[in-house]
Design a protein around this ligand. Structure first.
Ligand SMILES: NC(=O)c1ccc[n+]([C@@H]2O[C@H](COP(=O)([O-])OP(=O)(O)OC[C@H]3O[C@@H](n4cnc5c(N)ncnc54)[C@H](O)[C@@H]3O)[C@@H](O)[C@H]2O)c1
Length: 316
């Protein structure tokens, strides 16, 4: 039985805790957060050890696995220290905040022990989408587009001092909210050869340093062209939209349903944890990881992370 410590019990930490309730081969054993109120929230619900300091927690030999659910700027250092302390690691997206960190991470001893939380790949519709691409049943991919229109206001950005800043969040809508939409391009279409991108701050000038809106034109190694639009300036959180045009038909992921042309072929109705617009598959991801030893590694996240950093370089 793996003994898990969740590090960071803010918005996503509790989602990991609930997902772990359904995992057979792991149990929540400890919570680590610098905020006593957050630790108390966890302890109200679970019988766990409590740590207020990451380095002290790492000395606990009983802890086998550390779930990094902290702000982006902490991910790399925490992964590095956890691996050095002989722990397995589950890390929330984005794996690292910067390109340099991602390059260094790939060289770390034990990097294969890192499981990356890209839970939306496991949504039933996306699994089906992947099957369609891989099977070639609709012929070659010709074009692709991804759209994310969400709402993040002043109150959201005030909910954490790390949010909305280059040094601590590493960007805005792209690195935080739309990283999953970008990941669909990389997971379903493949390696990106070149990008042209733009970003701006339409709705939160003076509130955040980073972009609230990001657009990109992507050219893939296989010749496919893609367009990408993501914004936090919309009035609500709409379900992500992702479309691929094949030689013999069009597949659309829309309102959490998958369509081939006009025919409905799959729906994301899996009961799971978290807010529905985050995607529904943290529980599936953790069950796959602990109970079946199936997970997305740092290598599996490479194309997405490299593309993300290229997009920022192009847009800056
Ligand atoms: N996969 C998803 O769909 C999804 C959804 C939401 C958030 N996330 C990711 O999860 C991570 C956390 O996001 P959040 O929205 O939960 O942030 P948050 O600010 O709500 O929570 C972060 C928590 O980390 C704690 N913390 C900060 N520094 C710490 C330290 N040194 N040691 C221990 N704890 C520390 C804070 O006290 C806070 O409780 C981010 O990487 C974010 O992008 C992923």
């Amino acid at each position: 039985m793996k003994k898990v410590c969740i590090v960071g019990y803010g918005a996503i930490g509790p989602v990991h805790a609930r997902a772990l309730e359904n995992v057979e081969r792991a149990k929540l054993y400890a919570i680590c957060d610098i905020d006593a109120a957050k630790r108390a929230l966890c302890k109200e619900k679970y019988d766990v050890l409590e740590y207020d300091d990451f380095d002290t927690m790492l000395q606990d030999k009983d802890i086998t696995t550390v779930h990094i659910c902290t702000p982006h700027y902490l991910h790399f250092e925490m992964i590095k220290k956890a691996l050095a302390a002989d722990k397995d690691v589950v890390v929330e997206k984005p794996v690292t905040m910067t390109k340099e960190e991602f390059e260094a991470l790939q060289e770390l001893e034990g990097v294969e022990r890192v499981c990356v939380v890209l839970q939306n790949r496991l949504n039933p519709c996306i699994q089906k989408f992947k099957e369609i691409v891989v099977s070639g049943e609709l012929g070659a991919v010709k074009a692709s587009k991804g759209i994310l229109t969400w709402h993040r206001d002043e109150k959201y950005y005030a909910s954490g001092t790390w949010r909305g800043k280059w040094d601590t969040e590493g960007g805005g809508v792209l690195i935080n909210q739309a990283v999953h939409t970008l990941d669909l391009f990389c997971y379903l279409i493949g390696e990106v050869k070149s990008v042209k991108a733009n970003m701006c701050n339409y709705s939160l000038e003076g509130v955040i340093e980073v972009e609230d809106t990001f657009t990109a034109y992507l050219e893939f190694a296989n010749g496919v062209k893609g367009v990408f639009f993501a914004t936090n300036a919309y009035a609500k959180n709409s379900a992500p939209f992702f479309e691929v045009i094949f030689e013999k038909g069009t597949v659309r992921y829309m309102d959490k349903k998958l369509w081939i042309n006009e025919e409905l072929i799959e729906e994301d109705i899996a009961p799971d944890t978290g807010k529905s617009y985050w995607g529904n598959s943290h529980m599936t991801l953790l069950k796959n990881y602990y109970d079946m030893n199936k997970y997305f590694s740092v290598a599996d996240a490479k194309v997405t992370m490299e593309t993300l950093f290229s997009m920022y370089e192009s847009a800056l």
